[in-house]
Ligand binder design. Structure first.
Ligand code: UFG
Length: 324
C-alpha cells in the first residue's frame, strides 16, 4: 500500500513515515519544509517538496506513486499565533486542506486520515473528554481543525469519502534511536523546553500559571507518545477501509499530569535539575485536558503503550543527540 503523508517531514509526520516503513508499507512524503526538516526524511523514501494546495503537483503524485490513502499532518499548530494571525491558520489549515481533498476526490482517492486535536473541545469541565462531548474550540487553531472535521463529514455524506479524524491530546516523545524527535521553531511545548533547561540552564523554564483549580495549581494534560499516535493511524486506516466507514477518535493515555509532575519526571529521567520558575498564566490554556480513549480501545483495539517515563526517556535521548 502506498500512503501519501503530507507534512511527513514534521514532528508527528516524520514518526509516521518510519512507522509505515517498519510495517512494510510505502510512505510518500509531501512537505513544503516551512516547518518540516529535510534531515528527518529517510533516504529511501520518495519526497516531494511542495504545497498541499498545488493541485497539479498533488495530481502528479497520486498518479505516479499510485497512492491508496492519505494521512494529512501538514498544518500550523501554534495556538497563540493562531489568535494573533487567524488568517494564516484558516488559509493553511482549512482552505488548503479543502483544495487537497478536492484533488483526492477528483482522482477517486477516498481514504483519508486527518490529524485533529483535543483543542476542538475547548475547555470542557469534565474529568475525561469523550467523543460524545460537544466541540467548542476556544481559539482559531481549534476552529480550523473543527472546520475541517465538518467538511470531512459533509464530503463523506455527499461524495463517499472515508475518513478518520484523530483528535490527539499532547503528542510527546521521540524515536527510540534518538535520530528524529520534536523540533519546533520556536519551541513552545513543555517537555522539550523542560529538558532544554536542563542542558542549557540559561534557558529557564517558565511555569505558566500556578493558580489553576488543579491539585498543585498547574495545568494538567494527557501526554501520548508519537509512535502510539502513529499506530492509531494505521489501525484507523484499516478500520475505515475494512468497514467502509468514517469515524473520529480521541487519542490519549487517559492519564493526566500537571506541569510540576512533568518537571519532576524530567528530573527523574535525566537525574538533573530543571531550571524553572513560576510565571503568569499563558492566554488560552485550559486547566485540565485528559482523554477518554475508550472508543479507540473498543473499535480500533488501540491503547497507548508508552508510559510517561518512557515518553520522557525518548525525548531526553533526542535532546541530548539532536542535530537539527
Ligand atoms: N507550559 C509551561 N511552560 C512552557 C510551556 C508549556 O508551563 O514553557 C505548560 C502550558 O501552560 C500547558 C502545559 O505546559 O499547561 C502543556 O503545554 P504545551 O504547550 O506543551 O501543550 P498544549 O497543551 O498547550 O498544546 C497541545 C498541543 C496543541 C493543541 C493543544 C490542545 O501542542 O497543538 O494541546 O490544548 F492544540
Amino acid at each position: 500500500m502506498n500512503i501519501l503523508v503530507t507534512g511527513g517531514a514534521g514532528y508527528i509526520g516524520s514518526h509516521m513515515v518510519r512507522y509505515i516503513l517498519r510495517h512494510g508499507l510505502r510512505p510518500v512524503i509531501l512537505d513544503n519544509l516551512v516547518y518540516g526538516h529535510k534531515e528527518s526524511i529517510p533516504p529511501k523514501v520518495k519526497f516531494y517538496r511542495g504545497d498541499i494546495a498545488d493541485q497539479k503537483l498533488v495530481t502528479k503524485i497520486i498518479r505516479k506513486e499510485k497512492i491508496n490513502a492519505v494521512m494529512h499532518f501538514s498544518a500550523y499548530a501554534f495556538v497563540g499565533e493562531s489568535v494573533l494571525n487567524p488568517r494564516k491558520y484558516y488559509e493553511n489549515n482549512f482552505s488548503k486542506t479543502q483544495k487537497l481533498l478536492n484533488v483526492l476526490l477528483d482522482n477517486n482517492l477516498t481514504h483519508f486520515i486527518f490529524s485533529s486535536t483535543c483543542a476542538t473541545y475547548g475547555a470542557p469541565d469534565v474529568k475525561k473528554i469523550s467523543e460524545k462531548l460537544p466541540q467548542n474550540p476556544i481559539n482559531p487553531y481549534g476552529f480550523t481543525k473543527l472546520a475541517v472535521e465538518k467538511m470531512l463529514a459533509d464530503y463523506s455524506q455527499a461524495y463517499g469519502l472515508r475518513y478518520a479524524a484523530l483528535r490527539y491530546f499532547n503528542a510527546a516523545g521521540a524515536d527510540d534511536d534518538g535520530v528524529i524527535g520534536e523540533a519546533h521553531a520556536p519551541e513552545t511545548h513543555l517537555i522539550p523546553l523542560a529538558l532544554q533547561s536542563i542542558l542549557q540552564p540559561a534557558r529557564q523554564l517558565k511555569i505558566f500559571g500556578a493558580d489553576y483549580p488543579t491539585p498543585d495549581g498547574t495545568c494538567v494534560r494527557d501526554y501520548v507518545h508519537v509512535y502510539d499516535l502513529a499506530a492509531a493511524h494505521l489501525q484507523a486506516l484499516d478500520h475505515i477501509m475494512r468497514n467502509k466507514t468514517s469515524d473520529c477518535f480521541n487519542l490519549g493515555s487517559e492519564n493526566g499530569y500537571s506541569v510540576r509532575e512533568i518537571i519532576s519526571a524530567c528530573e527523574k529521567v535525566s537525574g538533573l535539575k530543571v531550571n524553572c520558575q513560576d510565571a503568569e498564566r499563558r492566554a488560552g490554556d485550559p486547566a485540565y485536558l485528559v482523554a477518554d480513549s475508550g472508543k479507540a480501545k473498543k473499535i480500533l483495539n488501540w491503547r497507548a503503550q508508552y508510559d510517561l517515563e518512557k515518553i520522557i526517556a525518548t525525548a531526553w535521548q533526542w535532546e541530548q543527540k539532536r542535530r537539527y
